[in-house]
Design a protein around this ligand. Structure first.
Ligand SMILES: NC(=O)C1=CN([C@@H]2O[C@H](COP(=O)(O)OP(=O)(O)OC[C@H]3O[C@@H](n4cnc5c(N)ncnc54)[C@H](OP(=O)(O)O)[C@@H]3O)[C@@H](O)[C@H]2O)C=CC1
Ligand SMILES: Nc1nc(=O)c2c([nH]1)NC[C@@H]1CN(c3ccc(C(=O)N[C@@H](CCC(=O)O)C(=O)O)cc3)C=[N+]21
Length: 282
């Protein structure tokens, strides 16, 4: 009876985007075009690809995308200046600073400079704090995508043991917080975790957010675990070894076609949310 489920991120993303269309139409009637500013610093080719995908996804839906590309020599102060200008620009509703920025830039300082009401990517400490306390407007997009996939497929979190592998500020930590707020019992693992496979073995839900290709193996999993792979590595592979994890799981997100497309749709949703907030405030 229990069929194995491949969690189709494209389908979830389309569902999110369909829901946005009438909302964007209403905003336009009121003379507001939702607008996202994306900032890319430097020439990392995969970052350039992600930013382009985000901008294109905006435009396909009628969201304006203002693409800012700064040279790799940009200083922290210059980046902060750009962010302040976008904060003060009333036609910009959301700001996305693509991570990672070149190592000479203070990325945390740059994230913190983004105005909370424009932090549609959930990168500020204020945004994270609100997400953790359970009343945040915009959680980071990948954590939001993971939750959205679970909701779409009626995957219950309450009372389940969720094991998150990774604790980065825009992925591991906030997804742990969201799952906790959904009444899961959450274990967050990281590079100093001892006996990772044994901890993963206890999980009903596994979130992979390690940044290492095919790191999590099928023989670490409990039979029937739900596997949510946020990993996105060169060569289109995730952070779980797909074939062996597929065999053990009851449901799994593929890469590509899993968490990635939903992440982008959540960015669009947060941008529309931000534009609506501005209209309400008028
Ligand atoms: N699909 C999407 O939309 C997105 C995908 N990603 C992908 O998700 C993955 C993670 O990204 P991100 O969180 O930014 O990466 P980071 O490199 O910032 O964080 C990786 C985390 O994994 C932990 N880790 C590293 N090695 C091990 C290990 N051997 N055992 C256990 N834990 C380990 C680190 O621990 P420690 O803290 O101790 O260093 C760290 O917390 C990447 O593949 C990235 O491409 C990211 C954002 C969006
Ligand atoms: N501030 C910030 N926020 C981010 O959300 C952020 C970031 N920085 N830096 C890099 C990562 C990576 N990321 C992806 C988003 C979508 C896909 C995605 O849609 N992938 C498609 C495949 C696309 C293709 O390669 O053709 C898929 O998985 O099916 C992948 C990766 C967001 N990130």
């Amino acid at each position: 009876m229990d069929e194995k489920l491949i969690l189709d991120g494209q389908k979830v993303a389309n569902d999110v985007k369909e829901g946005l269309k009438p909302r964007i139409a209403v905003l336009k009637e009121d003379g507001i075009i939702p607008s996202l500013a994306t900032i890319l610093v430097g020439d990392d080719p995969s970052s350039a690809t992600y930013v382009r995908m985000k901008g294109n996804a905006c435009e396909r839906l009628g969201i304006h995308s203002q693409r800012i590309h700064l040279p790799k020599e940009t200083t922290t102060d210059e980046l902060l200046q750009t962010i302040h200008e976008l904060n003060n620009d009333p036609t910009v509703h959301g700001i996305l600073l693509q991570h990672p920025v070149p190592s000479h830039i203070d990325e945390r300082a740059a994230f913190e400079a983004i105005a909370l009401e424009k932090d549609v990517d959930g990168v500020t400490s204020w945004g994270y704090g609100q997400t953790a306390l359970g009343f945040g407007l915009y959680p980071s997009c990948t954590p939001a995508a993971i939750v959205r996939i679970m909701k779409y497929y009626n995957i219950e979190a309450e009372g389940k043991h969720a094991v998150v592998v990774g604790r980065s500020p825009i992925l591991g930590k906030p997804v742990s917080a969201l799952l906790l707020n959904m009444n899961a019992t959450v274990t967050t693992c990281h590079s100093r975790t001892v006996n990772l496979p044994e901890i993963v073995k206890q999980a009903d839900i596994v979130v992979a957010a390690v940044g290492k290709p095919e790191f999590i193996k099928g023989n670490w999993l409990k039979e029937g675990a739900v596997v949510l792979d946020a990993g996105y590595n060169p060569g289109n592979v995730g952070d779980v070894e797909y074939e062996s994890c597929y065999q053990k799981s009851s449901a799994i997100t593929p890469v590509p076609g899993g968490v990635g497309p939903v992440t982008i749709s959540m960015l669009l949703k947060h941008t529309v949310d931000a534009a609506e907030k501005l209209l309400e405030a008028k």
